[in-house]
Design a protein around this ligand. Structure first.
Ligand code: F6R
Length: 366
């Protein structure tokens, strides 16, 4: 059932190009500019009423929500808050009939996410769900449902659910932007076409697997690791750090690179391992100067950048490239490096990759 792979996680990492294609086919295509969001009934009139969007989820799904916040604010120009479900539900959030809640849940059964949904519905808000499980509680209770066609995800650590959630968030964001006429058709086309190339970009990352494995075996004794990024890369850093802790038990932290000076750089000493995400063209120079700062303190830097930004090689000790793409959708390929890195560090350290200690696949209790 693992199809020749040692672990489900490894298999599921490799399934991502297909999972993404399945999630996008029938919704977007390169031939025409229609975006067909199957069960989503939220139309132009309803959208006119919405003045606030919350994106609520737990763990990895929350990290996808942060990227959704970025995309929806950028394209649809509506204020969006992304929040952890167990925080949102206990803080009396401002919700009324002008509120749209988007929940993300692979399993569709996470207790806190469900509670957040029920709270919003009780107060008259509208709920849109992105889930991977047909017939799950989340899918039954939401007003609008969009499925991630990732197929069953068995490994506790989420991989293909996350990347397909990202694709859904982008499709929704483009759709809302077009409804509200807050993005131009040209820009929507650019992002749509870039999104459609994401499966190939993941294939390219997967081809670098041997090098990531080597890196992992070289560094498997590391005790702490920092993931740095700016903008979208900061959100991907959070996901990379969670994956690392979860399956390799290496202590790690994700940090917005610009915040380093405000505290964390005190922890950077000789040989501290830093994973620097530099895929955002607009923020590339800023990242370079952050890398210089940590390098001056002796850090060892693995960087991820778009192929066009070769100057990264002057600063980083090891560079992994993603294919050149639109900054907005670079996260989809970037995170795959981090998944593979966490995977091989977990294997190298002799951990049970698919069933990390203390964790369950679906958290149906509070
Ligand atoms: C991490 C992971 C968890 C889940 C979280 C939400 O790899 O899998 O953080 O993302 O428990 O689960 P769902 O998406 O089922 O609501």
């Amino acid at each position: 059932e693992k199809g020749g792979y040692d672990y489900f996680m490894h298999k599921e990492i490799h399934e991502q190009p297909k999972a993404l294609r399945d999630t996008m086919t029938s919704r977007i295509s390169s031939e025409n500019d229609d975006i067909v969001l199957d069960q989503i009934k939220l139309g132009k009139d309803e959208m006119e009423k919405i003045n606030k969007v919350y994106i609520v989820a737990c763990g990895t799904a929350y990290h996808a929500g942060l990227i959704g916040k970025f995309a929806i604010e950028k394209y649809a120009r509506i204020p969006v808050e992304a929040e952890i479900a167990s925080e949102f539900r206990y803080r009396n959030p401002i919700v009324d009939e002008k509120t749209l809640l988007i929940v993300l849940s692979q399993s569709g059964e996470t207790a806190d996410t469900l509670a957040a949904m029920r709270l919003v519905r009780e107060r008259g808000g509208r709920v849109m769900a992105i889930t991977n499980v047909i017939g799950s509680t989340v899918s039954r209770e939401a007003d609008d449902v969009m499925y991630t066609w990732a197929g069953p995800e068995i490994a506790v650590a989420s991989t293909k659910a996350y990347t397909t959630q990202l694709a859904c968030m982008y499709m929704i964001a483009i759709h809302l932007g077009l409804l509200k006429e807050t993005i131009t058709k040209e820009y929507a086309d650019r992002i749509r076409l870039a999104l459609l190339k994401a499966p190939e970009e993941i294939e390219y990352v997967i081809k670098q697997e041997e090098r990531i494995k080597e890196f992992a075996y070289k560094h498997f004794k590391v005790e702490d690791m920092f993931f740095l990024g700016r903008g979208l890369d900061n959100y991907v850093a959070m996901e990379g750090s969670l994956k690392m802790k979860e399956i390799s038990y290496i202590h790690s932290e994700a940090y917005p690179a610009g915040e380093l000076k405000h505290g964390t750089i005190a922890l950077v000493v000789d040989d501290t391992v830093i994973i620097a995400l530099c895929t955002q063209e607009e923020l590339f120079e800023k990242m370079l100067s952050n890398i210089k700062e940590v390098k001056a303190r002796g850090a060892y830097i693995m960087a991820i950048a778009q192929e066009k930004n070769k100057s990264i090689e002057r600063e980083a000790d090891e560079v992994f490239y993603i294919k050149d793409t639109e900054d907005d959708v670079a996260s989809i390929a970037t995170v795959v490096y981090l998944q593979i890195l966490a995977y091989y560090l977990s294997v190298a350290r002799g951990c049970d990759v698919d069933k990390p200690r203390n964790l369950a696949k679906s958290v149906t209790v509070e």
